[in-house]
Design a protein around this ligand. Structure first.
Ligand code: NDP
Ligand code: ZN
Length: 350
């Protein structure tokens, strides 16, 4: 496919700059998408700065993609040109293992192909993400975006939305449950909205006094300032679930104390490693569980979008001119985003 304009990082310290490359020609099951909007996830920043190791440069980040179909391969029947569609964190998987068979492609036993920084299973090229004009993706990894959702503020649902929806559904969070969400950023503010829509009583744990009023506006029933020892102590033994979106290594022990017996602490923030060590006694004496969860499978991603359309849920976004992406990353590092940057891809073409 024609040359594609994009933004890429060429090293962990380069920042992002204009870059162009060729998207592949359509395979029989491919969908070509002109990208309108792409969210800026903290994972983009982790990858650009090589926080997890193994980043493949140049990195074209972006996995919260919404756009319109421009062409489809000969075998595609589910989509046609003009459809509003989304692409999230994955673009392929083995499709035959037990996880893929169950629609849990994110847990593909061979490892799923991520939207950027992975090796394409067919041609071995490195995948490039949504900070670009166009993308070509196999139809299994494309979802339909309900037309009643505002596409710019729906873009972050493709990662922040599904990553919080999936564990809440897996653990059957609902009416009668007390849920704490740790960190009010892109994932955290979606965790509040989704847990609330599922019927739970929701508390946000934040370090930022400045976010209290907005947390309440987004539906949080209570706010705990996590740096206030007295507030943390008062919350002891009171939560059924904690959804932890904090993006850096942090001490889990003070949070574990806030769980009731049989409570579950769900990690979605990709911190490495968990430090300091977990106090085993906090788990053993109350049968508490520490769990983790990775995005969500393709059927569940569609289910989440339909749930959001039904409940009128989108993200709170700050629209971003892609030329300001490096400043945006600096603000993301300072947790100074309300609550997700979304790139208007028209700004790439100016
Ligand atoms: P954001 O930066 O938007 O939000 C993270 C929030 O955590 C901040 O707003 C802040 O909230 C809080 N926080 C930040 N630094 C600290 C700190 N040092 N100590 C305590 N709290 C802190 O990030 P995202 O929501 O985009 O992503 C969160 C994490 O989830 C990242 O690690 C990302 O890679 C990961 N992720 C995981 C996925 C999965 O599948 N499991 C998928 C997508 C992302 P406050 O100001 O309220 O304290
Ligand atoms: Zn993400």
């Amino acid at each position: 496919m024609a040359n594609t304009r994009a933004y890429a990082a060429s090293s962990p310290t380069s920042g992002l700059a204009p870059y162009s490359f060729d998207r592949r020609e359509l395979r029989p099951d491919d969908v070509a998408i002109e990208i309108d909007y792409c969210g800026v996830c903290h994972s983009d920043l982790h990858t650009v700065e090589n926080d997890w190791g193994g980043s493949q440069y140049p990195v074209v980040p972006g996995h919260e993609i919404i756009g319109r179909v421009t062409a489809v391969g000969q075998d595609v029947t589910r989509y046609q040109p003009g459809d509003l569609v989304g692409v999230g964190c994955m673009v392929d998987s083995c499709r035959t293992c037990s996880a893929c068979d169950s629609g849990l492609e994110q847990y593909c036993i061979e490892g799923s192909t991520m939207t950027y920084g992975s090796l394409d299973r067919h041609d071995g090229t490195v995948t490039h993400g949504g900070y670009s004009e166009k993308i070509v993706v196999s139809d299994r990894f494309v979802v339909r975006v309900p037309e009643n959702l505002d596409p710019a503020s729906a873009a972050p649902l493709l990662c922040a939305g599904i990553t919080t929806y999936s564990p809440l559904k897996h653990f059957k969070v609902g009416k009668g449950h007390k849920v704490g969400v740790l960190g009010m950023g892109g994932l955290g503010h979606m965790g509040v909205k989704l847990a609330k829509a599922m019927g739970a009583e929701v508390t946000i744990f934040t370090r930022s006094e400045s976010k209290v009023a907005e947390a309440k506006k987004q539906g949080a029933d209570h706010v705990i300032i996590s740096t206030d020892k007295a507030q943390m102590k008062a919350a002891a033994d009171s939560f059924d679930f904690l959804l932890d979106t904090i993006p850096v290594a942090h001490d889990l022990n003070p949070y574990l104390k806030c769980l009731k017996y049989d409570g579950t602490h769900i990690l979605v923030g990709l911190l490495t490693p968990v430090e300091p060590a977990l106090q085993a006694g906090l788990l053993v004496t109350k049968r508490r569980v520490v769990a983790g969860s990775l995005i969500g499978g393709m059927p569940e991603t569609q289910e989440m979008l339909d749930f959001c359309a039904e409940h009128n849920i989108t993200c709170d976004v700050e629209m971003l001119d892609i030329r300001n992406i490096n400043e945006a990353y600096e603000r993301l590092k300072k947790s100074d985003v309300k609550y997700r940057f979304v790139i208007d891809m028209d700004t790439l073409k100016q």
